[in-house]
Design a protein around this ligand. Structure first.
Ligand SMILES: Cc1cc2nc3c(=O)[nH]c(=O)nc-3n(C[C@H](O)[C@H](O)[C@H](O)COP(=O)(O)OP(=O)(O)OC[C@H]3O[C@@H](n4cnc5c(N)ncnc54)[C@H](O)[C@@H]3O)c2cc1C
Length: 452
């Protein structure tokens, strides 16, 4: 694409087209992982679906690579590229809550935190993940597993409709009744089928909740105890355990710094007066090193400090259960990693998320209630392979054994890993739909599903 063509595209857009000679270029090419240093030809800060369609058409006609960015948290850095075009949705954040407060339309440049704060003002909520700065674009199309998964299901279970720009530049509305195949595919198939410009979500009533962070010493007994307690808890509780060597955080006692701990993040969305009984078995596992679980408004779950990283690698899988000896394996392997920050995240799923049939959405791991994710964050890109080898080894020792993972937490993966991420016939169906909706693979900077 020559500069004349870039100028043409600029003149067509209602939003802004940022190129290397603009002072905002360095900021515009940046994504969440600060080590990712790519130089796109142009970043389109789009103003609406017509802008998105213009950029898609330009990419298709020129053959240039096309990145799509909502919150920019892709571990592989798919939200930026070298020499191609970027659709940056972040200027598009409008939220419209229906008069009956049963649903809301939202533009896909909003973050989970922004959307949640806006709907909470009306006493309503839709579930996303554990981090407020994640974009609703990426997390929704991946599936969305978070603090409401056991009570209300995944984010995609609350997705009622989406407005999409397809590879041929058309703007279409997809739902159960309009383009149902496409609606199935985007609920887990990520950005392979088009660019979502707006989502319509179901809203749930939400008043005060009880949740937050609790830190326990990590031993084989407390790790196993966490898993048993979280599985036995009512579905109103969704809990996440991050097992790691305690960083020197002010709220962790100094003598525990560097020692293995479980940072539990949890939300109980049932009757507040029953919360004490729900959290008591967690508190009984060991004397908490810190206990910040308290009544709060739902959006406060997103208030804590967020981890920044230059690079991130990880291996995750969903299974029926972890291998026996998994807790010991985690504790043995954590000190062996040389990464400045590493953790093993465990989530007990099931509940509403597990009651949806496997074939209802492209996310097809519904019958797997145990999620494990070994993660390393690091600074020197030359160390990436070593840290990936560590996360792979940890996952194997926890019982991965060929089980597929969740694409939301994946980096740049090989086809075998992606195929395993879409079990129960989902991969084959996605490939056929990719051939129908994007035969030229215009949307290829992603966890790519090759057209059949
Ligand atoms: C700190 C952290 C915590 C996380 N916690 C959770 C969690 O609790 N639960 C969970 O489920 N996931 C979680 N994730 C994973 C997260 O959901 C994915 O990384 C997600 O893809 C990020 O979305 P994004 O919009 O911020 O990223 P982006 O990099 O902008 O996008 C991610 C991918 O989606 C595509 N995409 C984004 N928006 C659109 C759109 N509108 N249309 C088409 N394609 C689009 C991009 O092209 C890219 O391939 C977490 C990630 C991080 C980094």
């Amino acid at each position: 694409m020559t500069s004349t063509t870039t100028n043409d595209l600029r003149s067509q857009l209602d939003g802004e087209l940022i190129t290397p000679d603009d002072s905002s270029y360095d900021e515009a090419r940046q994504v969440f992982l600060k080590g990712i240093d790519r130089h796109p030809l142009a970043v389109a800060r789009v103003a609406g679906a017509p802008d998105v369609a213009r950029v898609v058409t330009a990419a298709r006609e020129t053959g240039l690579d096309l990145s799509v960015r909502s919150g920019g948290h892709s571990r592989a850095g798919y939200g930026t590229n070298d020499g191609g075009l970027v659709v940056d949705l972040s200027p598009m954040k409008a939220i419209e809550i229906a008069d009956d407060r049963e649903s809301a339309w939202v533009e896909t440049g909003a973050t989970a935190g922004e959307y949640t704060s806006a709907t909470a003002e009306q006493g309503r909520v839709t579930g996303f993940g554990d981090t407020g700065s994640v974009g609703i674009g990426g997390i929704t199309l991946a599936g969305g597993i978070g603090f409401l998964s056991r009570k209300y299901g995944m984010t995609i279970d609350d997705l009622l409709a989406a407005e999409m720009v397809t590879a041929d530049g058309e703007v279409v509305e997809v739902s159960e009744s309009s383009e149902p195949d496409l609606f199935w595919a985007i609920r887990g198939g990520e950005s392979n089928f088009g660019i979502a410009t707006r989502f319509r979500f179901r809203l749930h009533e939400m008043d005060e909740i009880v949740g937050g962070m609790m830190i326990l010493p990590a031993t084989p007994e407390t790790i196993d105890g966490f898993l048993e307690t979280a599985a036995a808890a009512p579905e109103e509780l969704s809990a996440i355990a991050n097992v790691l060597l305690a960083p020197p955080m002010p709220f962790i006692p100094a003598e525990a710094h560097g020692e293995p701990v479980i940072i539990v993040l949890a939300a109980y969305v049932g009757p507040t007066d029953e919360a004490q009984g729900v959290f008591a078995p967690f508190r009984a596992l060991a004397e908490p090193l810190a206990d910040m679980v308290r009544p709060m408004r739902y959006p406060e779950l997103y208030d804590g400090p967020e981890q920044e990283a230059a690079f991130m690698t990880g291996t995750n899988f969903l299974a029926d259960s972890l291998s026996s000896g998994a807790a010991e394996a985690i504790l043995e392997q954590l000190p062996q990693s040389t990464a400045p920050m590493k953790a093993v995240q465990l989530r007990v799923l099931g509940g509403a998320m597990g009651r949806t049939p496997n074939d209802a959405t492209a996310f097809a791991h519904r019958d797997r209630p145990m999620f494990a994710n070994a993660v390393s964050m690091y600074v020197d890109p030359a160390e990436g392979r070593a840290h990936t080898a560590w996360t792979e080894a940890v996952a194997e020792s926890l019982g991965r054994n060929g089980a597929g993972g969740y694409v939301g937490f994946m980096g740049d993966e090989d086809e075998e890993t992606l195929r395993a991420a879409y079990p129960n016939g989902a991969w084959e169906r996605l490939r056929e739909l990719k051939a129908r909706y994007d035969p030229e693979n215009v949307f290829r900077l992603n966890h790519n599903i090759p057209p059949a």
